[in-house]
Design a binder for this molecule. Structure first.
Ligand code: SF4
Length: 492
């Protein structure tokens, strides 16, 4: 009988209809390792991805499914991305109502930042694991089998005792060997796992006519070498929230093994949670060489954290199945000043040869701009439009996708930690602010608030209508293009 449940929340409330399912179906990659770890320890784990179920069947209801899971004594709910602040609490509330004897544990970066506030404000949440969860979760699941569990020695755990929030010391941070021991591939604990894989495939311009292709986001490590202004998953956040002093990489051999397993299971495209190009050349050369040696031909979707080298592009082109692959470049802005101040350290001059190499190799390319970053003004935005025009001229249109998005700031990101440095005022500070933000931005009617009007910060000196003007200009630019250019999205 199932004793541990996992629920991936949507953005909206449980069984309350839905407005926009966006990309909220993407589960944090670490959850797969956690679920399989508990299974190896003898637990019966069952999981459900609530927004993915809704995408499969719009009439799906979560509570009846939960009702069938009597016997579960622990429910894991991820609260990593702040966009789930409202939805995750709603899932916890539904679990408390339907499975009153089960205890509910939250984890992920957003839960880690606001552990104390969440436990004080929401009685439906019993535990929060701050930072890495492997050892604390294993200890918690084992402890709950006893009638009077001793929780005080479980590292990284926050909980309530006599209405007081207790925060155990955060001493656990996973090592490379511990990550290597986990199974980040097996998904059979999850309802409709195969459907979830089809949702994970990033469609490339070359696969537009094909259906049913499957993708898998794979954990290759934890941490980051950078600290982009808007990102709560950068180097410093990992240090503050997880005690991680450097990136914890999985071994090349294990990653190659996982990709070979995925290819064997019929997965068409693997996406890495970290960009291999930011690590030592020896790392990604060994990764690509390992795949070639084993004759693993699979699509690769890679979101570059900075600009890849020409050598990386060559190795990528030689290894990946190009038609099912895509490279994503995050340029942020056409202005090098805005780009640099927000965490991306490459010039336009260095960009062009990389674009040339990608185009020559015939690699589908997804270009990301972000138009509401600190330091952005009308002038720098014109530089973005100029760069976008230039890329449109030089890149084959049948291979190109482009988007310009507004960022809402992550909890614990540099902008949030040091608003003075970015000359902004931060409006999303506490958990209840993010919770209200999610609620407020659920519906996008003409009179509703949308995320680009509610971004978590305001400029100290910039006219209020500047943002609207940029959106108009970008949308006009898009309507003139022959390639796939997305209008400013109202949600993720
Ligand atoms: S956005 Fe920047 S800080 Fe965040 S994970 Fe990517 S490279 Fe690292």
């Amino acid at each position: 009988m199932t004793d541990v449940l996992y629920v991936h929340p949507a953005r909206h409330a449980v069984d309350a209809g839905y407005q926009d399912l966006g990309f909220y179906f993407l589960m944090p990659v670490g959850v797969i390792g956690l679920a399989n770890m508990l299974r190896q320890q003898g637990h019966h784990v069952r999981g459900i991805n609530y927004p993915a179920e809704l995408l499969r069947d719009r009439s799906f209801k979560l509570k009846p499914w939960l009702r069938e899971q009597q016997g579960a004594h622990l429910v894991m709910v991820d609260l990593h991305w702040f966009e789930h602040a409202f939805g995750a609490i709603s899932v916890a509330r539904a679990c408390r109502e339907v499975l009153p004897d089960a205890r509910i544990v939250l984890g992920g970066f957003t839960a880690s930042v606001y552990a104390s506030e969440i436990l004080q404000s929401f009685p439906e949440v019993d535990f929060i694991i701050r930072g890495d969860a492997e050892l604390p979760l294993a200890r918690l699941a084992a402890a709950l089998a006893h009638p009077h569990p001793n929780l005080s020695t479980i590292p990284n755990l926050s909980y309530r005792e006599n209405d007081r929030v207790i925060e155990n010391v955060r001493t656990y941070c996973a090592t490379s060997a511990e990550l290597d021991a986990l199974d980040f591939v097996t998904l059979d604990f999850l309802e409709h796992a195969d459907w979830y894989r089809t949702l994970q495939f990033e469609p490339t311009n070359l696969t537009r006519e094909m259906s049913g292709l499957r993708g898998h986001w794979l954990c290759i490590g934890r941490g980051c070498l950078f600290d982009c202004a808007f990102c709560g998953g950068g180097k410093e956040s990992h240090r503050l929230l997880a005690g991680r002093e450097q990136v914890t990489l999985r071994s090349v051999a294990r990653v190659v093994e996982d990709i070979a397993r995925l290819a064997h299971q019929g997965v068409d495209q693997v996406a890495f949670n970290l960009d291999p190009a930011i690590f030592e050349e020896s790392y990604w050369r060994a990764l690509f060489a390992g795949l070639r040696q084993r004759n693993v031909r699979i699509g690769i979707y890679n979101e570059h954290f900075q600009l890849p080298t020409l050598e990386f592009v060559r190795e990528f082109a030689e290894t990946a199945d190009i038609a099912r692959s895509e490279i994503a470049l995050t340029l942020l802005s056409g202005s090098e000043r805005v780009r640099r101040n927000n965490g991306k350290f490459f010039s336009n001059k260095r960009l062009y040869p990389v674009l040339d190499a990608l185009a020559q190799a015939g690699i589908p390319l997804y270009v990301y701009f972000s138009f509401n970053l600190p330091g952005e003004d009308e002038r720098s935005f014109r530089e973005t439009l100029r760069l976008a025009e230039e890329i449109a001229r030089m890149y084959p249109p049948h291979l190109l996708k482009m988007i310009n998005q507004a960022h809402t700031i992550d909890p614990c990101c540099p902008i949030s930690r040091e608003p003075g440095r970015f000359a902004v005022q931060v409006t999303l500070r506490r958990f209840k602010d993010y919770y209200a933000y999610c609620q407020k931005t659920l519906a996008f009617g003409p009179d509703e608030v949308s995320p680009w009007q509610e971004r978590g910060f305001t400029w100290r000196a910039r006219p209020d209508d500047a943002l609207e003007s940029m959106i108009r200009q970008w949308n006009a630019f898009c309507s003139r293009q022959r390639f796939l250019c997305f209008r400013v999205p109202q949600s993720w």
